[in-house]
Design a protein around this ligand. Structure first.
Ligand SMILES: [Zn+2]
Ligand SMILES: [Zn+2]
Length: 558
């Protein structure tokens, strides 16, 4: 369990105590312990093993043993008791943006709000605006945010759905199915998934069984379709058919409906045993499932089928990463070595800039110290007989409220690369937010625009920006745009990749890794990039080391 996950449980417990009307000092103790743990440089289990946890200010023996409980059970008694005592729906209300524990308690105590439904009803009937400390504006924002939370219900992030789909595949193969194919939203690489869709081949029409989802079956033309719902609302459908129907079954269940509807009339014989053969036999160009959500995909089969799409193997470098110089979990050396061990040729370290205090942003002195270490590392990597590898000195410079970059220009000029990202000031109008970003993009030091909208999948919408204006500015100032590969972000959204390509804007697939494990989220960025039709030649970090270094150099001297 990561320090972040432990901190999250402690923070939640602080909110639960407040919600239950408990001792405010106790609530504050948990909240401050959560902040302390979040900021630790070392993993909690390591400290615990050395008996050093209680040496940290604010963590007494009581809290230390609760943390031990968390590590072994994933929760602890205080939290479990509180969860048991509060109406479960109240916790959903806590997820509504702008409602902290104090406000949720007022809504619960004064209006009897115990669920999202109650909350929505209270807002729609105007009762919230009349409460002390709320008002019409917060009532309106509650209504729109409840709608947003509703749209997330029963969906999981693409990476989580992918993992679950493959777990089910394994279970079904174990159960005796000849082969099982992931189709539908997961095969199409959607950012978030509402239904896991599978085709399971069995000549004897086996009945599929899942341990946590009861399934009900119905007969279709192709076979028997089994469906069920996970406790969190995610759906699963399994089409059981024989191998002779596989080609069409995979095509039809992969979707999306618009694509299937425009093509199904063109297939002469539906008896193909795989999807590619089905297309081939009817002289219909086959395209990968990821591309089938593009506008008018079915009318562009010829060009889309010939399009070279970026793959994991194309990526030569890993840009935009964090280390212990700011809020990362591993040292610069550990991160560099891990990237090198994964076969990449270069690594861009982009720790947070000074103004981002919550992420331990680097002072100008720290920057100088880091750049010194980068020189040492590069000398070492060049002479140790290992594969060629280079560390580029970068920074994730905060875009300040007025669109300027963090650090004076002379400090910015010392970096090989600058990722400019918004982390504060999310409440701007679209025009203000767009102007701010364009100003940052126009700064000569900016190399890559980081996570352009700040959205978090199934959690928060990004701030509104005029994508077209932003991408045009990137083209004008020769700035690449990031496709943040974290499965929580995937920002730039894949729907804008074709526009970026048209404008000649390079896309950089960046993991924004805050730990060694997170380097591997690159693959989710690749899924989203492919979905948008990104070719290797459109991808900044598909360049080899020399080409990338030359691109940086060219930008500096333009
Ligand atoms: Zn960032
Ligand atoms: Zn970052």
């Amino acid at each position: 369990m990561t320090n972040k996950a432990i901190a999250k449980l402690l923070k939640e417990t602080a909110a639960l105590i407040e919600l239950a009307g408990g001792n405010p000092f106790r609530s504050r103790a948990f909240a401050s312990a959560a902040r302390t743990i979040e900021r630790l440089d070392e993993p909690v289990p390591a400290l615990l093993a050395r008996n050093e946890l209680t040496a940290i200010k604010g963590i007494g023996t009581g809290l230390a043993s609760q943390i031990e409980e968390i590590l072994s059970y994933g929760s602890f008694e205080v939290r479990d008791d509180l969860l048991g005592a509060l109406p479960p729906g109240v916790l959903d209300v806590l997820n509504v943006k702008g409602l902290g524990a104090k406000k949720v308690r007022v809504l619960w105590q004064q209006l009897g709000v115990q669920s999202l439904d109650d909350l929505e009803m209270a807002a729609r009937t105007g009762r919230i605006a009349m409460l002390d400390g709320f008002g019409a504006k917060s009532q309106a924002s509650i209504i729109s945010h409840v709608a947003l939370l509703r749209s997330f219900e029963g969906r999981r992030r693409g990476a989580d759905a992918f993992t679950e789909a493959h777990r089910v595949v394994e279970a079904l193969v174990k159960q005796g199915f000849d082969s099982v194919h992931v189709t539908g939203e997961v095969a199409r690489g959607l950012n978030d998934v509402g239904t896991i869709s599978l085709v399971a081949i069995s000549q004897t029409r086996l009945v599929p069984e899942l341990d946590d989802v009861p399934l009900t079956g119905s007969d279709t033309a192709a076979g028997t379709q089994w469906s069920g719902t996970y406790p969190d609302g995610l759906s699963v459908t399994i089409l059981v058919c024989n191998a002779q129907h596989r080609g069409y079954a995979v095509f039809e269940t992969t979707g999306p409906d618009a694509f299937v509807d425009s093509l199904k009339g063109r297939f002469k014989d539906l008896g193909a045993t795989d999807e590619k053969t089905l297309f081939e036999e009817s002289s219909v160009p086959w395209i990968v499932p990821e591309l089938r959500d593009l506008p008018d995909a079915a009318d562009r089969l010829e060009s889309l089928s010939a399009w070279p799409l970026v793959t994991n193997e194309h990526l030569k470098g890993v840009l935009h990463n964090h280390s212990t110089y700011s809020d990362g979990a591993h040292t610069l050396r550990e991160m560099s070595e891990a990237v090198r061990a994964r076969g990449f040729g270069y690594f861009g370290i982009c720790d947070h800039s000074q103004s981002l205090k919550v992420a331990n942003g680097m002072s100008a002195e720290t920057v100088a110290r880091q750049q010194e270490e980068i020189r040492t590392l590069n000398e070492e990597f060049a002479s140790d007989g290992g594969p060629a590898f280079r560390v580029f000195s970068g920074v994730e410079s905060d875009i300040l409220q007025d669109g300027s970059l963090d650090y004076p220009d002379d400090v910015l000029a010392t970096f090989d690369m600058v990722v400019a990202s918004v982390h504060v000031g999310f409440n701007m109008s679209e025009a203000e937010a767009t102007d701010r970003i364009i100003k940052a993009v126009s700064h000569p030091a900016t190399t890559i625009l980081g996570h352009p909208t700040g959205r978090l999948i199934l959690k928060r919408q990004g701030y509104p920006i005029d994508h077209d204006r932003v991408l045009k500015a990137c083209a004008e100032y020769d700035v690449a745009v990031e496709l943040n590969a974290s499965p929580y972000r995937l920002d730039l959204d894949w729907r804008w990749i074709e526009r970026a390509r048209e404008l000649g804007v390079l896309v950089s697939i960046n993991p924004d890794a805050h730990s060694i494990e997170q380097i591997d989220v690159m693959k989710w960025g690749v899924v989203a990039a492919r979905k948008g039709g990104l070719a290797p030649t459109d991808c900044l970090n598909a360049m080899d080391t020399e080409a990338f270094a030359a691109w940086l150099e060219r930008r500096k001297t333009r």
